[in-house]
Ligand binder design. Structure first.
Ligand SMILES: [Zn+2]
Length: 291
């Protein structure tokens, strides 16, 4: 064992023990009020193993704004520091154990996906996703993967769409607790991939519905997407190990759902109830293909 390992190991063990104690206390306190905790518990070294979980983490790591704090966040989430993680439309609320006895409250607000962007995604994916199960398990063609993970036009939030706060004294824009929570979201998407759509205020079934409405012919995309070989390298998805199926929520097969005669452009986007339409500025960084 070299000195670096020696220095690191006790710290990790100490942090894990501290997180465990804080988790037990929070659990007792929550039981009194009937609050249900949803901690992030990782099994093994892998933060996320599904397509959606890995894609979420890959998106975070693509932004230089975050690069400094992410390693600490990874280490924190691995030590079990994320004691509670709740994901709702446009908001992530979490409790994270830190160096003090009292854990920190983290809140991350994420702007909903712009309506026009969602409509474009639905049009681009039309006819290419067979079922909700395939969608949630990430069993997508390389082309669809490229569309949904596109840094400028895909489903994942960009730094300017993310607003984060933490009750710790760290003044950094992204403290290690926030970073841990963001990785925790990646881990959570392994078991509940639909939460990505919840977070962006989207109805994931609409991606399938769009396929049915528009008929079987895929809409040709003019947009540049990530090359297939790059994606398989990034995600390396094991299809056989995909998360559990949801037979109860699977739609009828497209073939018997509707005749594929209707071939018209996607209907104008309708604001969903409770959804506030927001204008989102042009994305920065490479890959900006916004017209
Ligand atoms: Zn913090």
């Amino acid at each position: 064992m070299n000195w670096r390992q020696y220095a690191r190991t006790p710290r990790v063990a100490e942090r894990t023990a501290r997180a465990l104690r804080a988790g037990e206390k929070l659990s007792k306190d929550s039981a009194k009020t009937g609050r249900v905790l949803s901690p992030v518990r990782l099994t093994g070294r892998t933060l996320a193993s599904s397509f959606w979980g890995k894609a979420w983490c890959a998106n975070l790591e693509a932004y230089r704004d975050y690069e400094y704090r992410l390693p600490r966040g990874r280490s924190y989430v691995r030590s079990g520091a994320v004691l509670d993680l709740q994901i709702e439309p446009g908001r992530i609320a979490a409790v994270v154990a830190g160096s003090r006895a009292q854990p920190y409250d983290v809140e991350i607000k994420i702007k909903p996906l712009a309506t026009a962007q969602w409509s474009r995604l639905k049009t681009q994916c039309a006819g290419e996703i067979g079922s909700l199960i395939e969608l949630l398990e990430g069993r997508l063609s390389d082309r669809v993967m490229g569309i949904v993970t596109d840094p400028a036009q895909g489903l994942f939030p960009k730094p300017r769409e993310i607003e984060m706060t933490c009750s710790c004294p760290d003044w950094a824009t992204m403290c290690k607790h926030v970073a841990a929570v963001l990785y925790g979201v990646g881990a959570r998407l392994d078991s509940e991939p639909e939460l990505l759509f919840t977070l962006r205020n989207l109805e994931h079934g609409e991606l399938i519905a769009a396929a049915v409405d528009l008929g079987a012919a895929p809409v040709k995309s003019q947009r540049k997407t990530i090359a297939a070989e790059d994606l398989s390298g990034v995600f390396g998805i094991e299809l056989a190990d995909a998360p559990r199926a949801r037979p109860a929520r699977e739609p009828r097969p497209a073939a018997e759902a509707k005749p594929p005669a209707k071939r018209r452009p996607a209907p104008p986007p309708t604001p969903r109830s409770g959804t506030v339409k927001r204008k989102v500025g042009a994305p920065r960084g490479k890959g900006n293909t916004k017209r």
